[in-house]
Write a protein that binds this ligand. Structure first.
Ligand code: 13P
Length: 319
């Protein structure tokens, strides 16, 4: 493994590359990152990096987002088959059909969508800012379509009271987290705080003390006085939580919540990617231009609203 680390460091210099890594990636891949984060943090980092090459260790839609934000840069994904079943639950044609059915609606897509889908939408959001986007970018008079994640869409609609038509997609890894898992763990660890990702179903979210993006979980665990946490999201999240908080204890909601696509990227593949400059993410210029509007509306909106990353912690009002 060390051989690969040395080789990656060498190649990174040679290529003037930056390595962006999502919080769910394998521990050894997180360890070689220049930047780890959630979808929002990685998007922002991709938009401002000075590197010539971005190596994106995550799933395909994330690498596409980096390309949209930095089209002049070479964006590499070490494992191009790392997809996202949630993103695959809606196509660009289905968004066009929605426009025909609801010509007066504004469409907001979760970042877990293909570039083609983003190109058809008005706004983009991530798990870190979906509530703020619905709250601040729309009014009560707006008819809003949220896609493709039904749980995030319902959660954000519930928190804001907005009038939202919700596409019925979901993340299969988060769908394996059940309320029974949380109830059993709470019995075992009564002092533990429950952090849940908004891709979890509503019954799980009702049991949560905080509903957070992956980077939001890191912040919450760091700042909380609690010593124990039940973590309702993809299992890869346990690693950065433990690294940042060596004195605290973290319990995965269920070992079943593992995303096979997030585990496909290895150090060997990162090294090969930098050595051979593969696999490059390429998108038609027109798709980039159109998708950039929806992502730009999210990033610009955050700046305009001077939003912090602080999220909607207490979820007791869900019940
Ligand atoms: P975050 O943006 O919270 O890291 O979530 C990304 C994701 O794909 C969750 O399944």
């Amino acid at each position: 493994m060390n051989d690969f680390v040395g080789k990656i460091q060498e190649l990174k210099k040679k290529r003037n590359a930056v390595i962006l890594v999502h919080n769910y990636q394998l521990p050894e891949v997180q360890d070689i990152a220049d930047f780890t984060g959630d979808s929002l943090g990685l998007s922002i980092e991709a938009s401002k990096t000075k590197a010539d090459v971005i190596v994106f260790c995550g799933v395909y839609f994330m690498a596409e987002t980096a390309k949209i934000l930095s089209p002049q840069k070479t964006v590499l994904i070490p494992e191009p088959s790392a997809g996202c079943p949630l993103a695959d639950m809606i196509s660009a044609q289905q968004v066009r059909d929605l426009r025909v059915q609801h010509p007066d609606a504004k469409i907001i897509c979760y970042v877990n969508t293909s570039a083609d889908v983003k190109a058809e939408c008005d706004y983009c959001c991530t798990s870190a800012n979906a509530v703020e986007m619905l709250q601040n970018a729309f009014s009560d008079q707006d008819k809003i379509i949220f896609l493709p994640d039904k749980h995030l869409g319902s959660y954000a609609a519930h928190k804001t009271g907005r009038n939202v038509i919700i596409w019925q997609g979901y993340c299969p890894s988060h769908a394996r987290i059940l309320p029974e898992h949380i109830v059993a763990l709470k019995k075992e660890h009564p002092a533990a705080r429950v952090m849940a990702h908004p891709e979890c179903n509503a019954a799980v979210l009702k049991l949560a003390d905080a509903v957070l993006s992956t980077s939001g979980m890191l912040r919450y665990a760091r700042e909380s006085q609690a010593q124990e946490f039940i973590v309702a999201t993809e299992v890869g999240m346990i690693y950065p939580l433990k690294i940042e908080n060596p004195g605290k204890r973290f319990y995965e909601a269920t070992s079943l919540a593992s995303c096979p696509n997030m585990k496909k990227t290895t150090l060997a593949k990162v090294a090969t990617s930098l050595e051979n400059m593969v696999h490059e993410v390429l998108l038609p210029q027109d798709t980039i231009n159109r998708a950039k509007r929806s992502i730009g509306n999210m990033i610009r909106f955050r700046k305009d609203a001077q939003l912090t990353q602080k999220e909607h912690e207490e979820t007791k009002s869900l019940s």
